[in-house]
Design a protein around this ligand. Structure first.
Ligand code: SAH
Length: 203
């Protein structure tokens, strides 16, 4: 998986590659799908949601420039897979999931795997997780029309926010925003992606 799908597409940060190698993706997919766990595509995780394609996880994590000591917020816990990868790189990871069933399953899985620096909360990620702000990096793993204001407010100066921007059916672009010294945000477009929508009701 690492060589064929991740390094071959240009992911080169050795720490990101090490984190991807260390997290067992099969632990995050349904038992009947373990044989496809390392294939180059998204997989269903129940509740109509998906665990992202491994390459996309590596791409977002690299784009967020997570380094030792960082405090990271993720919106869209899903299976908990990307949170586990982030947990290998960051000091602490806070991840928010709107679906109670998924949040509970992810929290149990992460604790079983010993990902002790990752905390899961059931709630609306559009609001971030203000108790632990500011964050060095924020990753949103569901697509919306724009960056939620609360997430910008919870990003530290110099922090990076990575999120797919676009509608449910429209083309989505992965963007990175940086928070500058004067509190201004600069945006870069990184490429085309396809994510499930960021929805604002919890269930
Ligand atoms: N990062 C995940 C993949 C996430 S799929 C993994 O590695 O498995 C996107 C997830 O975002 C879904 O689980 C969906 O329920 C969740 N989501 C959508 N809108 C949300 C919101 N407003 N707040 C929190 N989670 C949300």
């Amino acid at each position: 998986m690492l060589r064929r799908h991740i390094k071959a597409r240009g992911i080169s940060d050795p720490r990101v590659l090490e984190a991807m190698a260390a997290v067992p993706r099969e632990a995050f997919v349904e038992p009947g799908l373990t044989r496809r766990a390392y294939a180059d595509g998204p997989l269903p995780i129940g509740e109509g949601q998906t665990i992202s394609q491994p390459y996309v996880v590596a791409w977002m994590v690299e784009a967020a420039e997570v380094v030792v000591g960082n405090r990271v917020l993720e919106v869209g816990t899903g299976s908990g897979y990307s949170a586990a990868v982030l947990g290998r790189l960051a000091e602490t990871v806070y991840t928010v999931e709107r679906r109670a069933v998924l949040a509970k399953a992810a929290a149990a899985r992460l604790s079983e795997l010993g990902c002790d620096n990752v905390s899961v909360r059931h709630g609306d990620g559009n609001e971030g997780w203000s108790e632990h702000a500011p964050y060095d990096a924020i990753l949103v793993t569901a697509a919306g029309p724009g960056v939620p204001g609360a997430l910008r407010e919870q990003l530290r100066t110099g922090g990076r926010l990575v999120m797919p921007i676009g509608g449910r059916w429209a083309t989505q672009r992965l963007v990175r925003e940086r928070c500058g010294e004067a509190g201004q945000f600069t945006r870069e477009e990184l490429g085309a992606v396809r994510f499930v929508p960021l929805v604002d009701e919890v269930c």
